[in-house]
Write a protein that binds this ligand. Structure first.
Ligand SMILES: [Zn+2]
Length: 183
C-alpha cells in the first residue's frame, strides 16, 4: 500500500514545524513544491504510515508528485514524512503523475491508503535467509550465501560438493522424468 495525501487550498502559514511559508496547492506547482507542501504535517497513525514506502500527493483531483518515504518525524499530534520526490523514469511516479487520485474515496480525510500495483516490486519483504531483517530484494546483501551454507551444513554434512552433486542429480532425474527444467 501507499499513502495518499490530499492538499487543500493554498494558504500561508506561520510557525510551521517544517519551516514552510505556505501549504496547500496552487496552479502549475512543480513536483518538489507539491512534495514539500504535501509531506506534512498530518494527523496519521505512525505505525501504519511507517509501513508505506511511497506517498502520493494529490491536489485539485490529480497526482502532483510521488515521493519515496525514508523516515517519519512527529510534531505534537502531527506527523511529517521525510523522503525524496521520485523523478521521471520511476515506474511508480510515471504511472500516477498527472492522473486522477488513485485513492478516490468518499471520505474527506486527506490521508488515505491505497494499493498501487506498480509498487509491488519495490516493497520491503523479509530476507529469504530467515534473519528477520527486510529489504526490497530477495536477500539482504550476502545473506543468500548464508542461506545456502545453512542448508549445506544441515543436510549435506557441510560439504558443498555433496550439495552440488545433489542439485545435479535432482535436475537430471527431473529431466529424465520429462519434468520441466525450472531453473
Ligand atoms: Zn537475511
Amino acid at each position: 500500500m501507499a499513502v495518499r495525501l490530499k492538499l487543500g487550498d493554498y494558504q500561508t502559514v506561520q510557525d510551521d514545524p517544517l519551516g514552510r511559508g505556505y501549504i496547500g496547492c496552487f496552479p502549475r506547482m512543480t513536483e518538489s513544491e507539491a512534495w514539500q507542501a504535501g509531506r506534512g504535517v498530518w494527523r496519521m497513525r505512525t505505525d501504519k504510515a511507517s509501513r508505506q514506502r511511497f506517498a502520493v500527493i494529490v491536489g485539485a483531483g490529480v497526482v502532483l508528485a510521488v515521493g519515496e518515504i525514508t523516515n517519519l518525524t512527529v510534531h505534537g499530534d502531527r506527523v511529517a514524512l521525510d523522503g525524496e520526490v521520485l523523478t521521471k523514469g520511476h515506474p511508480v511516479r510515471d504511472a500516477y503523475l498527472g492522473r486522477p487520485d488513485p485513492a478516490d474515496t468518499n471520505s474527506h480525510n486527506p490521508v488515505a491508503y491505497c494499493d498501487l500495483p506498480e509498487e509491488q516490486q519495490f516493497l520491503l519483504r523479509p530476507c529469504g535467509c530467515g534473519c528477520g531483517e527486510s529489504g526490497d530484494r530477495d536477500f539482504k546483501p550476502g545473506h543468500e550465501i548464508r542461506a545456502i551454507n545453512d542448508r549445506i551444513r544441515a543436510h549435506f554434512d557441510g560439504s558443498a560438493l555433496k550439495f552440488v552433486q545433489w542439485v545435479d542429480a535432482v535436475l537430471e532425474s527431473s529431466a529424465a522424468a520429462g519434468g520441466k527444467d525450472t531453473v
